[in-house]
Design a binder for this molecule. Structure first.
Ligand SMILES: [Zn+2]
Length: 135
């Protein structure tokens, strides 16, 4: 198998991705880039954060869910110019599930990606991560 050629991301697309993450935060998502080492650590940290916010008085329905990519995903972005976003509600021990169903979060995230002009691929399934092109 041939190795994929290195294609670094376009800086203007990375700026659009920053903008998208800002908009996601304004919409009530916990949204982080280059967050933690892997999906399970990131998911756990997001759930812990959501529980803290609810403890400190944030309304449970004020948190719509989370979206992130972790550091392994960031390597893929730096080398190949695309990134896989993970998203979903937060499963907390103390407050149960916080956030909307994953499919609704996916729809919100892809709407925002469209607004900032980034190309993405998503089949609409809550089990599929959203692939964003920054080439
Ligand atoms: Zn990890």
């Amino acid at each position: 198998m041939r190795r994929q050629q290195r294609t670094p991301p376009d800086p203007t697309k990375l700026a659009a991705l920053d903008d998208a993450f800002k908009r996601m935060r304004h919409e009530g998502l916990l949204a982080r880039q280059r967050f933690m080492c892997c999906s399970s650590c990131a998911g756990h940290a997001m759930a812990t954060r959501a529980a803290e916010l609810v403890d400190r008085g944030t309304a449970k329905d004020g948190i719509k869910g989370c979206v992130f990519y972790h550091r392994q995903d960031a390597d893929e972005l730096d080398d190949h110019g695309f990134v896989h976003l993970a998203y979903g509600p937060l499963e907390t021990e103390k407050h149960g599930t916080v956030g909307f169903p994953a499919v609704e979060i996916g729809q919100l995230v892809t709407r925002i990606l469209g607004e900032v002009g980034l190309a993405f691929e998503w089949d609409g399934s809550p089990d599929t991560r959203i692939l964003v092109s920054c080439r």
